[in-house]
Design a protein around this ligand. Structure first.
Ligand code: FES
Length: 145
């Protein structure tokens, strides 16, 4: 007589759900020469994220190129949509929020160019810009992502 144990009827060994875990590591993203050639700011895709590299007084900083206000690019593809790097900050071209390149913190007023709408205000509270650890090795610029 054939008996089927209940354990053979359990879930398959591999679940349909797959969780991908990627360990962060130092990755070469660009070079100091490329950043200089691009005018001191350069956007590079690293591990699926658009990272803005900005050179200030010989140091290279890496921040998200996606503004924490509405997610618009800080440095876009057109000449009309270019965030400025000034006083250690990158300034969003859409609503002029200035983000500290070292910490990502908002410097000054949140969205000074955005209308203060009745009921909803400036759409969202002040949020810092994500930052990435970066380092320069020779002329290579690496990011921890
Ligand atoms: S989208 Fe950048 S400050 Fe509004």
């Amino acid at each position: 007589m054939l008996q089927i144990k209940s354990s053979t009827m359990s879930r398959p060994a591999f679940s349909r759900r797959t969780v991908t875990v990627q360990a962060a590591s130092w990755t070469k993203a660009t070079t100091t020469d490329a950043i200089k050639a691009a005018g001191g700011k350069l956007v590079v895709e690293v591990a699926g994220q658009k990272v803005l590299f900005a050179e200030v007084d010989g140091a290279v900083y890496a921040v998200s190129n996606k503004c924490s206000h509405l997610g618009l690019p800080l440095v876009g593809k057109t000449a009309l949509f270019q965030g400025k790097v000034t006083n250690g900050c990158v300034v969003c071209p859409a609503h002029n929020t200035a983000f500290d390149l070292k910490t990502g913190e908002v410097k000054g007023e949140w969205c000074p160019k955005f209308p203060n709408l009745p009921l909803v205000g400036k759409i969202g509270d002040s949020k810092p810009l994500p930052t990435f650890q970066s380092r320069v090795t020779g002329s290579d610029v690496e990011v921890f992502a």
